[in-house]
Design a protein around this ligand. Structure first.
Ligand code: C2E
Ligand code: MG
Ligand code: MG
Length: 768
């Protein structure tokens, strides 16, 4: 016989009671009529009061003990004549056998002093059989009904779980726990999740909901090892139906205190996810509770639906996460940022929008490899993420651009201070493959004041504009899009008007900066750099107006003038210094490449001035290459046909990739001065310069260094395999008249290139 209390329990019901009552009547001489189970506890349906005569009390106890022993020991039952308390007792013990063959108890009829007649035995046996049948019948019918109701419950739960979403999950889990608890008549029900990594059991839902604690919920997150019950649920694979025999004394004390009950029965049904236990669905009854197998199967069905729900929600969560997060850094992406910005602005909060753009990131990526680039981005993302306040927000726009939203941004000063703190954080050295690299960024900021009618994309565009101003002001800076910027913009429009004027008034000039072989001082070329003889401000460098010229399209006119003037000057020099194989370099803006007649124009200039194409070099920046690679390539091929050399200026700062370079007719790479100046002090700059030089050699291109200001740089360049350069150390860009000595000698004095006391040379690093 199985454990009646918990697995074979059934409700005998009133019919069974009737059988026993009848038996009492037909055996009027019986002193004891009782139903006995193998359990010491009352079992619903079997709790039929025994008929025990006044003198039979003691005997009944002994008979019961003995019959229970027989039931448990599976000994045959029957009719006995037992000597109990020195008296002969006729005891009739008949098994109560369910239709499924389970013996669940016994009916006893006993009387003192004499054995039962054969007829009485048969009557009692008949009743025993009847009891069994009735019990069986009742159980089956009850079971069927119960089963139907269980099925209904399960399908109701299924429906609810199926329509649950990430947002309604919590509520649906709570509902499920409650309806199950109510159906099963449980005193306590709970759904707990296992966090195997942290060794915790975490409460997901419960019924009834407790609120009798202050501070953190003592049952919210419980260590598995805190309690044998939790430990048992950790790796539970099969339903576990603990009765009081399983409960610790401590647990029973708790139950007794809480419920006044001394008995407890529970059911723990595991939520299985593959090989691991995702969690557990638990029910506790104070008092006795027997579980019907159908109930346990229903709970298992619900458990598996809960796991499916979780798997679905996890997948949805992942998809939602992926849709709103950046793969690499796991920061929110542009879409998430726009949503967040909208929410914040709708909530009428002053929000500062900061666009953080890493300086020269492309270079790092290209020359130190993408793996290092990624590592740097992840490190910087983590630094930003962990440094901002709880109510701030950080996203990655892609590439090397991050955005931070600062909440409650009321003062420009505070916002700028935060931006500079971020810049410091970003620039802290990062370990890449054992070397320390520090990488700066530029920040553009807009304060979106509550209630302003700017659109979100206006705001981002302004922040972007401010960020470019920060770059233009030399990088590693934060610029607020405010009065100051407006002033810059105003200054630009003033500049534009004046620049138009300058063209008309013939205020532009060309200065020339020599490029030499840094081993010998031999003059290789001169670069034409445009200057503006400003009526009030004196000589302005190209850097001060070329961007405005580019933005306004004036660069087209300026470019034509520069080119024509450079050719005129070169023609004159060729006459003056017929033996000098001088090359003149001319800078061209990407905008100039838009003109369809550029190649013809160049060809014409060369022809008019009788200059062979080889004497000319055109410098373009990487941007021209990237923006319209096909068109640019065509134009460059046109130049190449005339023999004109092509140099990529400021190489390393733009976006040209190696593959693009390979397909372009390029002859020379000009190392950007921002790297050159750092090669003796900065591992990062040195690594970049070294790899550009290697790249140049690999692609069979010349490499020249710009911005050489110190002789140590020359030494270092020679070590790295670069032997061409220009810079203030050798000569600033100068008026043609000042070039005479160099043109005459065809070289610069070697002493210029060698270490001497800098101060005696009178060279400073201010721009020419
Ligand atoms: P770039 O072609 O890279 O020219 C080098 C710039 O660095 C020049 O500034 C030059 O004066 C400066 N420079 C040269 N050696 C040193 C040095 O040792 N230290 C430092 N700190 N600076 C040095 P500039 O003349 O202001 O020109 C700035 C940029 O404007 C040029 O960069 C070029 O991209 C553009 N540019 C100049 N002239 C023209 C032109 O005629 N047409 C076009 N489209 N762009 C021009
Ligand atoms: Mg140049
Ligand atoms: Mg340059």
């Amino acid at each position: 016989m199985g454990d009646l209390t918990h697995s074979d329990a059934w409700k005998v019901g009133d019919e069974a009671r009737l059988v026993v009552e009848t038996l009492r009547h037909v055996t009027p001489r019986a002193e004891i009529v009782a139903v006995i189970t193998n359990s010491d506890r009352p079992i619903p349906g079997f709790d039929i009061d025994p008929l025990v005569g006044p003198k039979a009390k003691e005997a009944f106890e002994l008979i019961r003990e003995r019959v229970q022993g027989q039931l448990r020991g599976k000994e045959p039952l029957g009719s006995f004549s037992w000597t109990i308390l020195d008296t002969e007792w006729g005891v009739l013990v008949d098994a109560i056998e369910l239709l499924n063959g389970n013996i669940v108890g016994a009916l006893i009829v006993a009387r003192h002093g004499r054995v039962w007649s054969q007829r009485e035995v048969s009557i009692a046996r008949a009743f025993g059989g009847l009891f069994g049948k009735v019990a069986s019948q009742t159980t089956r019918e009850g079971n069927l009904l119960h089963q139907r109701r269980l099925d209904e419950l399960v399908s109701q739960v299924a429906e609810r779980l199926m329509s649950a979403t990430l947002d309604t999950r919590k509520e649906v889990l709570g509902w499920t726990t409650r309806v199950l608890a109510e159906f099963l008549d449980s005193d306590v029900a709970f759904l707990r999740r296992n966090d195997h990594v942290r060794g915790l059991s975490i409460l997901e839902a419960e019924w009834p909901i407790r609120d009798d604690f202050t501070g953190p919920d003592p049952l919210g997150e419980v260590r598995f090892d805190a309690d044998p019950i939790f430990m048992a649920t950790k790796d539970l694979r099969e339903p576990y139906l603990p009765g009081m025999e399983d409960a610790t004394d401590e647990f029973m004390d708790r139950v007794e205190k809480g419920s006044g009950e001394t008995l407890v029965a529970g059911a723990a049904v595991p939520l299985l996810l593959g090989d691991s236990t995702w969690g557990v669905l638990g029910f506790i009854h104070f008092g006795l509770r027997a579980w019907v197998p159908a109930e346990i199967s229903a709970l298992q069905a619900v458990a598996s639906m809960l796991v499916q729900l979780q798997a679905r929600i996890d997948a949805e969560e992942r998809t939602a996460h992926i849709a709103h997060h950046d793969d690499l850094t796991d920061l929110p992406n542009r879409r998430a940022l726009l949503r967040e910005l909208k929410v914040r602005r709708e909530a009428n909060r002053d929000t500062a929008v900061m666009i953080i753009d890493l300086d020269r990131f492309k270079v790092l990526n290209d020359f130190l490899g993408h793996a290092n680039g990624d590592r740097l981005l992840i490190t910087i993302a983590d630094r930003i993420r962990t440094s901002i306040r709880v109510n701030d927000y950080c996203a990655r726009l892609g590439g090397d651009e991050f955005v931070v939203l600062l909440d409650e941004a009321h003062s420009a000063m505070e916002v700028l201070a935060s931006a500079y703190r971020l810049l410091e954080l970003v620039a802290a050295p990062v370990d890449l493959g054992g070397q320390q690299f520090s990488h700066t960024a530029s920040i553009g900021i807009v304060i979106a004041v509550a209630g302003s009618d700017q659109t979100d994309s206006d705001i981002l565009a302004c922040a972007d504009g401010a960020m470019y101003v920060a770059k233009a002001r030399g990088r590693n800076k934060a610029v607020l899009h405010d009065e100051e910027m407006r002033a810059t913009l105003d200054e630009r429009s003033r500049m534009e008007i004046m620049l138009r004027d300058a063209l008309e008034q013939d205020q532009l000039r060309l200065h020339y900066q020599p490029e030499v072989d840094i081993r010998t001082g031999e003059l290789l070329s001169v670069e034409a750099l445009v200057r503006w003889l400003h009526p009030t401000r004196g000589i302005l460098n190209a850097a001060e107006f070329i961007t405005v010229a580019e933005e306004t399209g004036l660069v087209l006119t300026i470019g034509r003038w520069v080119f024509a003037e450079a050719c005129r000057q070169l023609a004159q020099w060729r006459k003056e210094y017929p033996d000098l194989a001088l090359i003149v370099r001319v800078n061209m803006s990407p905008a100039e490449f838009a003109a369809t007649d550029l190649v013809e124009f160049v060809e014409n200039c060369l022809k008019v001035n009788d200059i062979p194409g080889e004497r000319l070099c055109i410098e373009i920046t990487e941007y021209a290459v990237v923006e319209e690679p096909e068109k640019t390539a065509n134009i460059l091929r046109g130049f190449r046909k005339m023999g004109v050399e092509i140099a990529i200026d400021d190489f390393g700062t733009g976006f040209a990739s190696m593959t693009e370079l390979k397909h372009l007719p390029v002859d020379l790479l000009k190392l950007d001065m921002s790297f050159v100046e750092g090669i003796t002090t900065d591992a990062y700059d040195r690594a970049i310069v070294e790899s550009i030089i290697r790249l140049g050699h690999a692609l069979n291109l010349g490499v020249t260094a710009e911005g050489i200001e110190h002789s140590e740089i020359i030494e270092e360049l020679l070590v790295l395999g670069c032997h061409r350069g220009q810079g203030y150390l050798i000569s600033r860009p100068v008026d043609p008249s000042e070039l005479k000595p160099m043109l005459t000698a065809g070289r610069v004095p070697l002493s210029l290139l060698q270490p001497v006391d800098e101060t005696t040379r009178g060279l400073t690093s201010t721009k020419s």
